[in-house]
Write a protein that binds this ligand. Sequence first.
Ligand code: FES
Ligand SMILES: [Fe+2]
Length: 424
Amino acid sequence: MGDTISPTAAGYIYGRSLPQRFYCNDTIFNEDVNFLSQTQWLLVDHSARIPQAGDYFLFKCGKESLIIVRDRSDEIHAFYNVCRHRGSLICLEPTGHVKALTCPYHAWTYDLSGRLIGASSMPSEFDKTAHALKRAHLRVESGLIFVNMADGEPPSFERFIERHRPFLAPHGFDTAKIAVQMVYPTEANWKLVVENFLECYHCKPAHATYCAVHSADKLLSLGAGPGSASGDLATKFDAELAEWEQATRTAGQLVGMFGDDVDAAYFQGSSRTPIQKGFLTESVDGKPVAPLMGSYVAYDGGQTACSFNPISYVMASNDHAVLFLFAPRGPLRTDVITTWLVREDAVAGRDYDSAHLTKVWDVTLKEDKTITENNQRGVLSRHYEPGLHSLHEKRISDFVAWYMLHRRPTPTDMVDEDRIRPAS
Ligand code: FES
Ligand SMILES: [Fe+2]
């Protein structure tokens, strides 16, 4: 059993946090970005962010910057923000509206589909058609934009998304509107941000607001979705969940959940669970914060949580939804990009109040930023050593094992398979 073996300074053992270098080393960080961006589909935003032809935003991940732009045929593209002349960044502002993409250095100009349409004083044999912008893979599902940066064929998007479709369907994301977007820059490695999101062990000491909104037993059993807890904690919420599922199923609404284990290529999960008795939506007082979305005609008090991969999530109540992306920006820097969605026709000030809408997660994410940055500072000490996970932290144990099993290149000290898998 993994947790009976003492961790060494170098090695990783299932059920413990990682050795220090995985939380701060430059080379490992660069490998991590390649691993995530090439093997996963990353949720970068909602298509309502760029409603008109020529609207764009930048998505930055590690050293890469992508221009996500809508063309005149309403198609959305992801271009590498690298000029085909001598490599300058083309778009400098994080978001904007352009007629064409013009490099600020020598004014090479690309149309919104990435074709080079202007390059002055080039030799007569120069072939513009061979100098289109390079592109990343992009898919739009229910209005959500996903990108993948594999050099060749991307991993199957169908396999990536198919199990989430029933969970996304009732919420009407394809016709949603972005009410608020906030970025919480966090001075911590992306894995510490993910680990913090995958356990609710810290909820009681750190999140008074969040704990007042959600059922206490749910936070113990399912605080980080399916597979959150082990031992007795795992079943604490069973009776309350069964009662809600029966009522919700009878009302014709979706219930259910799935969660992947460490061998899955995508390490995904989706679930529908009740927020707390008497709470219609995930707001500070449980009262509605916006008009019902999608096919909902009444509140069922449930929350849909979709985990697409360890850095991309959606949490949806009946009347709003929140997208989360933990964008790795540097070995000690992660941007927590958070987007609140409401129904397309909802009007700020009339149908929703932005402060009420965002309160639960805004407070919680600020608290998370503080505790995660403190975690990172401690991990940088030469006295840090990998610590044993609690019964509340099973999802972290599995995430870390998944990461160690799937990342490439495989760390050289990962020699004993028995130590990096859960005990069977
Ligand atoms: S580097 Fe872009 S035009 Fe020269
Ligand atoms: Fe938290």
